[in-house]
Design a binder for this molecule. Structure first.
Ligand SMILES: Cc1cc2nc3c(=O)[nH]c(=O)nc-3n(C[C@H](O)[C@H](O)[C@H](O)COP(=O)(O)OP(=O)(O)OC[C@H]3O[C@@H](n4cnc5c(N)ncnc54)[C@H](O)[C@@H]3O)c2cc1C
Length: 640
């Protein structure tokens, strides 16, 4: 097969300016990470056996750790300093290579190391963190069980305090208590953070986590531990996922990660958080970084797919036409533009929203001031963006594969491998549907608090205004967006289709109306029981999505506002319109049913999306260059 590559497809100034804009507040760190990132051994060759793949991944992770891209930003002792921004940027860089390496690093440093750091105390830090960060001690994060996945609070493993010997006994009474799908459990892990119900003198204090050695130096199961290898999976073959079962395994009392509760020297359970429910959610909340990282990794996988498919679409020709005697370049077909350019627009929207999310995480975990509300908002947004980004990755990688035709199906062109690896992102670190339900519940809680406040002061007239300002708490660029919306909302039908205020107004209306009606329906449903609440499932998902679409749009607007390069800014404006109109078009039925747009306007949106695709077509290369992924990193043979 001969490919007609256009020799002018090299790095453009516009591409560089777009990268700076998209890197946002992390521009400097990301730029220097790109320069020092070791790329010689970036991608794993397809066709390795399971063992070869696992060996390759472990070696590569070691190589990257030595180059400063492993435990970067983690503290290594009780007095050490953590640098969450460095940790996030390092993880993002790994998402540009083999995703098994990325996920294995997440298991080792983010989950295993993260649990020791966040749930442990000084002794755990001083005893284990240095070995975890140097990869001397490989470990697992054993939360999920065969019987309980999404429903973590129901896990069956028990951690029972044994007063006579001052130890804990870790036990899986039933088959369904077996820990399942656990990364590093099949082969490499030597220790595990095991989650279980903490029982002290017959009382259950809820889910806690404890460190349990699982294998000896030669890789043999320790007495009482039974590990299993879950073998071949749909992707991520380089990660050794497996099962763990415990038969009354004893560990010393100090192995409990007891920052939020444990048994003291006199054998009494104490916790700084009285309420068991609050304690459980506080413990899980400290591990929010995992979701932030998976959202980033999923979005980067999608960017890689879009880069491959777009670059290919700029060189591949099919069919001749009167003005195209040498054949039409794929990206000159409007259908092809409509397949790729809205995805690129959405990738930018997600990128800007991810920057805000990462900045919030850095503020909260990097020693800045924050309130409980900030923490809750971080958790809600991390859950939501993880769900949206990984759904996007799955959909986009399939679209990109198809956009490259048969070539897209060849492993050497990376798309099928990427698609297989990113598939499970929709499930681990929280199943996407369950996460979106969490988002809707959090929004309802805010709504309820305001509602109750209003009942008390009886200011019914103020309802709309306060709900508008309170529940739809804006992201960045508050004043700018308020101004845009205020102007547009006065005459929504007359403003141009690319008016940003009109977009922001419609996005707000979608969320506000859907949330208000959900709150009303939920009030009655909750009195009628499970089935009535369950019937609101779709409505909850719609609210969560509407909320996240608005978060992304507002982040996009803030990103454009912060961009100082006029040419990049103009391109981003068009891209933002494409993102906004595509989102409105997808919910066209809702906007029509709720009289937010006329039928004439609904039809005009389709034509405007086409027009924007035409306008953005000449900038397609710069747009994917803006993702900050050099062509050579993509490793796709079809681009050589
Ligand atoms: C490759 C891989 C690696 C993993 N690594 C780890 C690891 O290292 N450590 C670890 O602890 N776990 C790990 N997991 C487990 C992962 O976190 C769980 O698979 C995930 O939490 C979902 O749980 P589940 O598989 O039991 O699915 P379930 O919870 O049974 O969900 C099945 C389906 O039911 C739906 N569903 C569930 N509850 C509801 C509800 N309330 N309303 C509506 N729909 C619902 C879900 O949307 C989903 O589609 C890994 C999994 C895989 C596949």
């Amino acid at each position: 097969m001969t490919l007609l590559m256009d020799p002018t497809l090299t790095s453009t100034e516009l591409g560089a300016a777009l990268t700076r804009a998209l890197d946002g507040q992390f521009a400097e760190q990301r730029a220097s990470a790109r320069e020092s990132f070791p790329v010689d051994n970036l991608l794993r060759a397809p066709g390795m056996s399971l063992d070869e793949a696992r060996d390759w991944v472990l070696n590569r992770l070691t190589e990257l750790s030595d180059a400063g891209f492993g435990a970067s930003g983690m503290k290594t002792s009780a007095d050490g300093e953590a640098d969450p921004a460095a940790a996030l940027v390092a993880f993002e860089m790994l998402a540009h290579g083999d995703l098994s390496v990325n996920i294995k690093s997440g298991v080792q440093f983010g989950l295993f190391g993260g649990a020791v750091t966040n749930l442990g105390t000084a002794w755990h830090h001083d005893t284990f963190l240095a070995d975890i960060t140097s990869l001397k001690l490989l470990g697992c994060y054993a939360m999920t069980e065969l019987g309980h996945g999404s429903d973590v609070s129901g896990i069956e493993t028990t951690i029972t305090y044994v007063a006579e010997t001052d130890e804990y006994e870790v036990h899986s009474e039933t088959e369904s208590a077996t820990k399942a799908y656990i990364g590093n459990a099949a082969r490499d892990g030597r220790m595990a953070v095991v989650y279980g119900q903490l029982l002290v003198r017959g009382k259950n204090h809820g889910v806690h986590a404890i460190l349990v050695p699982i294998r000896d130096e030669n890789g043999r199961d320790l007495p009482g531990v039974t590990s299993g290898d879950q073998g071949w999976k749909g992707g991520l073959l380089g990660v050794d996922n497996g099962t763990l079962r415990f038969a009354r395994v004893r560990v010393p009392r100090r192995m409990l990660l007891d920052r939020y509760g444990g048994v003291d020297a006199s054998g009494v359970y104490t916790s700084p958080i009285e309420n068991p429910n609050r304690r459980f959610f506080t413990m899980l909340g400290t591990l929010v970084r995992g979701r932030v990282c998976i959202a980033a990794s999923g979005a980067i996988a999608a960017r890689r797919g879009l880069s491959i498919a777009t670059r290919y679409a700029l060189s591949r020709r099919q069919f001749t036409a009167p003005q195209h005697p040498d054949g039409v370049v794929l990206l000159d077909y409007l259908t092809h533009q409509r397949r790729l350019l809205p995805g690129i627009a959405r990738a930018y929207a997600l990128g800007f929203a991810q920057n805000e999310l990462s900045a919030k995480l850095v503020q909260i975990q990097g020693g800045g001031d924050f309130t409980e509300r900030d923490q809750r908002e971080l958790e809600t947004r991390a859950a939501g963006l993880k769900a949206v980004a990984t759904r996007f990755a799955n959909d986009t990688l399939q679209t990109c594969r198809e956009a490259c035709g048969g070539a897209g199906f060849m492993s050497a062109n990376q798309l099928v491998g990427l698609r297989a690896d990113a598939d499970i992102y929709a499930t681990f670190e929280g199943d996407n549907t369950v996460l979106l339900q969490l988002v809707a519940k959090a929004l309802l809680t805010d709504y309820k608090q305001l509602w109750e406040g209003l009942d008390r002061i009886g200011a019914a007239q103020a309802t709309a205004r306060i709900i508008g300002e309170g529940v739809l708490e804006r992201t960045a660029a508050n004043r700018l967006i308020e101004r845009l919306v205020a102007t547009a909302s006065r005459r929504p039908e007359e403003v141009a289709l690319v008016d940003r205020g009109w977009h922001a107004y419609l996005f707000e209306e979608r969320e506000r109306h859907a949330l208000a009606s959900l709150a009303r329906r939920m009030r009655t449903a909750s009195r009628r029981g499970f089935d009535a609440v369950s019937e609101l499932g779709d409505h909850m998902l719609f609210v969560a999505r509407a909320h996240l679409e608005r978060v992304m749009l507002e982040a996009f607007i803030a990103g454009i506002d912060a961009c100082s390069d006029p040419e990049a800014k103009a391109v981003l404006e068009r891209l933002c319109s494409l993102f906004a109109l595509t989102s409105i078009a997808e919910d066209r039925a809702w906007f029509l049913e709720h009289n937010r747009i006329s039928t004439g306007r609904a039809k005009a949106i389709g034509a405007q999306v086409n027009a924007l695709c035409h306008e953005l077509r000449p900038e397609a290369l710069s747009l994917v260059e803006g993702f900050g992924i050099p062509q050579s990193w993509l490793g796709a043979e079809l681009l050589t």
